[in-house]
Ligand binder design. Sequence first.
Ligand SMILES: [Zn+2]
Length: 259
Amino acid sequence: MADLLQQVASAVHAALPGSADQPVDVRIVAKMEHVQWGGATYTTHSARWIELPDEEPSDRLKATLVHELVHFQLGDDWATLPGVLEEGLCDSIAQAIVPSVAALERAEYAVMLATAVDGSFCFEGPRITGRGKDAVFGRELATYTVRAPIDVDELPSFEEALRYQSADLEPIRAQGIRGVLDALGYTIVSRVGVDELHALCLRARIQRMRIVPSRWIFQAARIEPEDRAAWRSAVRSMFGDAEKLALLRRETLEFQAPH
Ligand SMILES: [Zn+2]
């Protein structure tokens, strides 16, 4: 873990404007507080630390470390950043520093966002035989329909989601909701860019706002929260060939039989 930290710490500092310059406290734990957590950053009134599971080093673990380091290093400049966008910022920087995890994560976010907007995600790709590492892609095309398991009745509107602060996200337990919010945050941060997002946070702070207003964010992302066609095309634009293959290769992918 010390080696991984050595490899990524300065890259995180360079990628994140307004990052706090402070010693990093990373703890390896036998068991995470929740099984579905890849890593976590805790903040109390007197301390802040990162917890990561005791696992073999991998690119996935490295990306999780970067994600948590961004949470850890966010300085006062970012105090007005909505919680959903904080997650998106962590993921964007993690993908930039550990690009090998990017295609699958983007593909999963595309499926989640499309499921939230349209109920499912339909795409054309090479016909696949076998699963995971043994998968073989044929020359002919097949149409796939995938759907993320989401309790859609529990889904807030995108506008409402941007009013959440980080503490509001933690108690959300309904199936798939956190995944959609992460996908939303990632998509918006990718469109706005880290520097522009930083500028919006500073502007809100100077105006003594609690949180960056959602209309500033949708404007900067050039997308209207209710415009389904625009979200559909945002999903398409992050789902290229690399994402398609990464998704089809995923071991646990459930899709309806190609037709
Ligand atoms: Zn996070």
